[in-house]
Design a protein around this ligand. Structure first.
Ligand SMILES: C[S@@+](CC[C@H](N)C(=O)[O-])C[C@H]1O[C@@H](n2cnc3c(N)ncnc32)[C@H](O)[C@@H]1O
Length: 276
């Protein structure tokens, strides 16, 4: 490669972009002393943050909060905190990486196992979940946490592969044709109904970014479904309730609030038919 091409490639590199940020020193200073793989971690952090940027800037300041799972050295969480106008960033890992995080506003690092039941308390409908290299089956739990909560989005880069369910194990042709890591990521993307992209600017061969977003329509259907489950419980106790009561507001107000233009009676009918 000639010198000019090398310079161009360098300018495109995520590390180069990161080092040009004013906040690069704050991040590196906070995480100092950091292990030798920092370039790799920065490239993964960049791959994730560049994909959530537009989403965050399209909403008002402090609308979203970010929860980083299996944070390790929390490069992605801190980068997101320094770049984005989100209300808070919380990094979670079962092993506490002790540093002085006091310079980073509205940021905390908590020691927690992501299999703990109460981890869901950290996640609400304005949460974007991120995770860089959750190993093996931790990635399944990351996808599951998106599925069982109302999180607004999920962006993660899986690492080494974990155990596939039996019916996927039979898909040997996938492993042979697209690769073991790729099959693992494909499985995870299916789990969270996500989208997957290979990011060759990541300085690691484990470079597939999976993103899943929960649309306002999905949130609406989930609220409605939760309402139905709740209504069934109340009905079984002999307490009939209307869907409007469950939602706590009038149909019109509810639809206006979530910005959905649809005939709710029809949705309810179709949900009943589909037994959602
Ligand atoms: C491969 S490291 C990834 C660290 C960092 N995100 C990165 O990109 O380098 C996986 C991390 O998951 C954490 N971990 C393992 N099991 C966990 C669990 N059950 N709950 C929370 N964190 C866990 C480990 O302590 C480790 O920091």
């Amino acid at each position: 490669m000639n010198t000019e091409l090398k310079e161009k490639a360098k300018e495109k590199s995520y590390l180069h972009k990161f080092l040009n940020l004013k906040c690069a020193g704050t991040l590196l200073g906070t995480l100092y002393p950091i292990s030798s793989g920092v370039e790799k971690e920065v490239s993964e952090a960049w791959a994730i943050t560049r994909r959530i940027k537009d989403r965050i800037f399209n909403k008002e300041r402090d609308y979203y909060n970010i929860v980083e799972l299996c944070a390790g050295n929390p490069v992605t969480g801190i980068l997101a905190r320094l770049l984005f106008p989100v209300s808070s960033v919380t990094s979670v890992d079962k092993r506490l990486i002790e540093r002085d995080y006091s310079q980073i506003r509205d940021y905390k690092y908590i020691q927690k196992n992501i299999y703990d039941k109460d981890i869901v308390d950290l996640i609400n409908s304005k949460t974007i979940i991120i995770s860089s290299h959750p190993c093996k089956n931790l990635a399944i739990r990351v996808a599951e946490l998106f599925n069982i909560t109302k999180a607004a989005g999920l962006y993660f880069i899986p690492c080494c592969h974990g155990s596939l369910p039996e019916r996927w194990k039979q898909r040997q042709f996938l492993k042979e044709n697209i690769g073991v890591y790729q099959t693992w990521c494909f499985y995870l993307a299916v789990l969270c109904n996500g989208h997957l992209e290979e990011d060759k600017h990541c300085l690691s061969p484990k470079n597939i970014v999976i993103s899943a977003i929960r649309s306002e329509k999905d949130i609406f259907l989930k609220k409605l479904k939760d309402g139905f489950d709740f209504r069934d419980k109340l009905m079984s106790l002999g307490m009939p309730v209307s869907t409007d009561m469950l939602l706590g507001k009038s149909k019109e107000d509810f639809l206006k609030e979530i910005g959905i233009d649809m005939d709710m009676d029809k949705v309810i009918e179709s949900m009943k038919e589909e037994k959602l």
